[in-house]
Design a protein around this ligand. Structure first.
Ligand code: NAP
Length: 225
């Protein structure tokens, strides 16, 4: 039931992903223009990236601190397109189930407080609880396919959630826009970050296509082997 998963990212030549730094050397519209070429009905980001989109740093404060404790799925509604957020402990304070025109689904672990789930329900947000201490990404992807009918999902960063999906063997394709610039800062997340590959061997890819886009930006697509 797992959707077909494409990781779609914009990076510098040295693999860094700070959008503000890259805006100076490329046209970020290319990111949206290329992602629109995929027939996907869902996109997903990690909690840090979603917090930037939400624009609210104040985490949810649980009154009860009782963890959700078991797997569950709440379908607030079915939609034509979805935004998916991976938020292990239920920190982000969503006020409605609509994000950039897409219906919002939160992926949580069993550590998320039960009153956080109540808040999501009240605000029309769908959720999946899967995984005891961290989100079980494999199980959550099956449930996205089975309960929401998601067939193709774009993973859109940041680097740490991309790394977790790659490490879990969930990414079918990598779609990379390389901007003509070098960032060079060691504390900026790379396209795939925080991984622990077996025997330190790189994940093998097969080149699918290369296209030169506006402003000397390259669009490179790979299948994950
Ligand atoms: N250039 C691009 O195309 C692009 C795209 C997107 C984002 N960005 C940039 O990337 C930066 C953020 O990247 P990031 O790597 O720091 O954060 P991220 O990947 O957006 O989010 C990481 C967070 O996701 C949560 N998470 C849940 N399950 C996880 C798992 N299994 N493994 C790893 N994380 C998991 C963790 O928070 P909890 O433990 O609290 O759940 C973790 O701290 C932002 O500055 C953003 O602007 C760039």
């Amino acid at each position: 039931m797992k959707p077909y998963i494409i990781c779609h990212m914009l990076s510098s030549v040295d693999g860094r992903t700070d959008g503000d730094a890259l805006a100076g050397v490329t046209n970020e519209d290319e990111y949206e223009a290329t992602s629109a070429q995929f027939e996907s009905n869902a996109w997903l980001c990690g909690r840090t990236t979603m917090q930037e989109i939400l624009g609210n740093d104040e985490p949810f404060a649980s009154a009860s601190n009782i963890p959700a404790g078991s797997e569950s799925v709440h379908v607030a509604r079915l939609a034509e397109s979805y935004a998916v957020c991976v938020d292990t402990h239920g920190k982000l304070r969503w006020t409605n189930g609509n994000l950039r025109g897409d219906h919002l689904i939160c992926l949580l672990s069993e550590q998320a407080p039960s009153d956080y789930l109540g808040m999501l329900k009240e605000n029309g947000v769908s959720y999946i609880v899967a995984g005891a201490s961290s989100v079980n990404l494999i199980r959550a992807m099956d449930l996205l396919g089975e309960r929401f009918g998601i067939r193709t999902l774009l993973i859109e960063g940041g680097g740490h959630i991309n790394g977790a999906f790659l490490q879990a063997g969930l990414i079918d394709e990598v779609s990379l826009l390389i901007a003509p610039g070098i960032d060079g800062r060691h504390d900026v997340a790379a396209t795939f970050d925080g991984m622990n590959p077996p025997n330190n061997v790189a994940v093998a890819l097969r080149l699918k296509s290369v296209e030169q886009r506006a402003n000397d930006t390259l669009w490179i697509r790979y299948d994950v082997l």
